[in-house]
Ligand binder design. Structure first.
Ligand SMILES: Cc1cc2nc3c(=O)[nH]c(=O)nc-3n(C[C@H](O)[C@H](O)[C@H](O)COP(=O)(O)OP(=O)(O)OC[C@H]3O[C@@H](n4cnc5c(N)ncnc54)[C@H](O)[C@@H]3O)c2cc1C
Length: 427
């Protein structure tokens, strides 16, 4: 056993190889024991390939554990190309092998009962992400794959076979390599640039990563007065007149800006657009209120004698009403019926299109995913094999693929790992 190497399973295979040849040549070496690497390892090992998984962290699957607030939102009933930033054909190819129904049966066959929550989100029935990771690890071990933790691959060379070197001074040989290193998002939980560098050294181009699934800093510092307020809104992200993304759902104001599912779902497009210029967010606070203008007119006829703050009582959170009054430059003591028609219309319009200016993304440590990564044009969609370096496979979030929140990113990770394994199992 190489010095400093901590085996997690399949030690007997490793030892057998070492005794025979001193340095074994594995059929498949997988760099990264995250969602895509683990499924790929399991499928290759089930197909009787000798499999080595190298993981830099002290434990595998740390993002699986953190996902869904520790509950692991493993997939989504609506998993389909529309929910991804990726070529449609790539997602279709991966999902042909591993559609939503397959994800359900796959995890259930691993002994993980599942339950569905709102918007098609699927969780382990226990409500704990360990219920996903532990059975996966056990299945991999039982299938005979070798999983070594604390081994960070920092150089890969290709000649007749691949030679993998680790920062810990170990060397491993393999006929095929899978880069399943994930993205640079959430560095405190294994996120790293390492995979981009390894792919680049093997001939790939990297689309510069930008944060995805994150909150946004706003220029309007006054929103800090709304900190902690949640509301339902339709969010439209614009760059000038061009609409770049839309979402609807809960919005949460924070001391730095804005968050909540509806914002998080437009954040990848926003962060990417910010590299080209300023981005605005329009919030419609009454997107689900039919005949909103009529409603406001009726309120005005009934309570037009009230001052601005009192006029909005019952309709808006007090702090939101106060901020709206300030934004619209309204004098607080004047009854609403005495506002000019222009002021009235401005307020009604603002409630349906309240514009905020995005200052920046929140730091990588708060981004749950990344846009950018290995250019998807450089992989075969049907197999996830590199077209630049035959024998190399690239899966999961290391690719320039990102999905909306709700289980879509994990579904892509499992399905790309599964698809690569099909090809790896053939050879
Ligand atoms: C806080 C948080 C919550 C999330 N919640 C959800 C959710 O509920 N649903 C959802 O669908 N998605 C969620 N995601 C996103 C999801 O976790 C990722 O998209 C998914 O884990 C990506 O899988 P992967 O296999 O590509 O990469 P990862 O799971 O990130 O695994 C990559 C592995 O590779 C290892 N590695 C990297 N470089 C090297 C190297 N050079 N040598 C050895 N090992 C290396 C890393 O340590 C890591 O273990 C969440 C992410 C975060 C951060």
């Amino acid at each position: 056993m190489p010095k400093g190497v901590k085996p997690c399973g399949g030690q007997d295979i490793l030892l057998k190889f070492i005794i025979m040849t001193n340095l074994p040549i594995y059929d498949v070496a997988i760099v990264g024991a995250g969602a895509s690497g683990l499924v790929c390892a399991l499928e290759c090992a089930r197909a009787k390939k000798s499999v080595l998984v190298l993981e830099k962290d002290v434990q595998p699957g740390r993002k699986i554990l953190a996902s869904g607030n520790g509950r692991c939102n493993i997939t989504n009933r609506f998993a389909a190309p529309d929910y991804y930033h990726a070529p449609q054909e790539l997602i279709q190819a991966a999902f042909k092998n591993f559609p939503f129904e397959k994800a359900l049966s796959y995890f259930e066959q691993l002994g993980i009962p599942l339950r569905e929550e709102e918007n098609g989100r699927i969780f382990p029935a226990t409500g704990k992400s360990t219920s996903v990771l532990e059975p996966l690890k056990l299945a991999i071990q039982e299938a005979g794959a070798v999983l070594l933790t604390g081994q960070e691959v920092n150089r890969i060379q290709k000649k007749n076979h691949f030679t993998l070197h680790t920062a810990q001074g170990e060397t491993f040989l393999s006929r095929r390599v899978v880069l399943a290193c994930g993205s640079c998002a959430y560095p405190q939980l294994t996120g790293t640039q390492s995979g981009y560098q390894l792919a680049k050294n093997l001939g790939h181009h990297i689309i510069p990563p930008t944060p995805a699934l994150c909150a946004l800093n706003l220029k309007e510092k006054a929103v800090a007065r709304l900190q902690g307020i949640r509301l339902q809104a339709a969010v439209t992200a614009r760059q000038g007149q061009e609409i770049i993304s839309q979402s609807q759902g809960e919005v949460l104001f924070t001391n730095y800006g804005i968050s909540g599912p509806a914002v998080i779902n437009v954040s990848a497009d926003v962060c990417q657009a910010l590299t080209h210029g300023p981005v605005q967010l329009d919030l419609n606070l009454f997107a689900n209120t039919p005949h909103f203008n009529n409603l406001m007119q009726t309120r005005r006829e009934t309570w037009g004698h009230r001052r601005a703050k009192d006029f909005f009582a019952g309709l808006l959170h007090e702090n939101i009403a106060n901020l709206l009054i300030d934004f619209a430059g309204i004098r607080k003591n004047i009854p609403v019926q005495d506002w000019t028609p222009g002021t009235w219309q401005n307020v009604v319009n603002t409630l349906q299109k309240w514009t905020f200016n995005v200052l920046s993304a929140r730091p990588w440590a708060e981004a749950m995913a990344a846009r950018g990564g290995v250019n998807t044009r450089e992989i075969n969609y049907n197999t996830f094999e590199s077209v630049k370096c035959p024998g190399l496979f690239i899966t999961g979030e290391l690719l320039d693929v990102d999905g909306r929140s709700g289980g879509f990113n994990l579904h892509f990770a499992w399905s790309s790992g599964f698809t690569a394994a099909r090809k790896l199992s053939e050879d």
